[in-house]
Design a protein around this ligand. Structure first.
Ligand code: 13P
Ligand code: ZN
Length: 275
């Protein structure tokens, strides 16, 4: 089957375009990766090329040895993914140690996978383990309002989680585990990948101070929806702060507990502190 017509490539391309339409992907900002299912690999195997050279990932992900990923290319613009996917995205294969990758499809005009490949793959490795293989999508976006919040709120998981939960009623249902925060770090390397993947042990979303956010999910809809929900909550919060420095009323810890019980989710107590 033509790789461009597969369901997972179409879902990937649509998600990249949805993110661009939201304004989260200026220039080459952001990146996206998807861990292929075994049957998807089998389906496209005859159409993959076999002469790509092995390149170091820049970190070690033995839990992903031999797996295939669809990823955005480094320096490629999200706005161009829908126009020319074969030039902007690639399918890569990992070696049997999870230390090297090679390109099996895509990036037809040259290039390499996103500079955040270590963060994507280390996040995938954690999520594959803690979700029993359910999570397949890792998404990094330059979400404007979340980035703005990292200049005005203390960079603490408890504070970001509570403020975001308080800003829109359905937030605690969409991300009951909360969000983690990575302090400002140099992007693109192993260090920020290690810090982010440590947070992915317990969260599905990690904010990068003054940079953006990483989200993980089972499929494109859930992962995009998580990014969208958190960013919208941040937008509401910023609007509130812009109008007046203090809130006249809010969603209380008691309200959050009531939502949790009604929607059958568990909210960690450490986020429900008295204010
Ligand atoms: P890439 O173009 O290498 O994916 O980098 C974009 C980015 O957002 C880095 O954090
Ligand atoms: Zn970035």
């Amino acid at each position: 089957m033509n790789i461009l017509n597969t369901r997972f490539v179409r879902g990937f391309v649509k998600m990249a375009d949805d993110g661009f339409q939201q304004g989260w992907h200026e220039r080459n900002g952001g990146n996206l990766s998807y861990r292929l299912k075994e049957e998807e690999v089998q389906h496209i195997l005859p159409r993959l090329m076999d002469h790509g050279t092995w390149q170091p990932i820049g970190t070690s992900v033995p839990g992903l040895a031999g797996e295939y990923f669809l990823v955005t290319g480094s320096g490629k613009y999200f706005r161009n993914v829908i126009v020319d996917p074969e030039a902007c995205i690639a399918i890569i294969e990992l070696d049997d140690k999870g230390e090297n990758y090679r390109i099996r499809w895509g990036l037809v005009e040259g290039g390499k996978p996103t500079s955040e490949l270590p963060a994507h793959l280390m996040n995938h490795e954690v999520k594959k383990r803690v979700t029993d293989g359910k999570h397949r999508v890792i998404y990094h976006a330059h979400t404007t309002n979340v980035i703005a919040l990292t200049f005005i709120l203390p960079l603490k998981d408890e504070i970001f989680t509570r403020e975001l939960w308080e800003s829109a009623t359905e937030c605690p249902v969409v991300f009951p585990g909360g969000v983690g925060v990575v302090p400002w770090m140099v992007p693109g390397g192993r260090d920020i990948a290690v810090a982010t993947s440590a947070l992915m042990e317990k969260y599905d979303a990690a904010i990068w101070a003054h940079h953006g956010m990483f989200c993980s999910g089972e499929d494109f809809d859930l992962t995009f929806g998580l990014m969208h929900t958190i960013e919208k909550s941040a937008e509401i919060l910023l609007k509130v702060y812009s109008v007046r420095p203090d809130k006249l009323q809010t969603i209380t810890a008691e309200n959050l507990r009531a939502v949790a019980s009604s929607f059958n989710v568990t909210l960690p107590e450490r986020f429900l502190y008295e204010k």
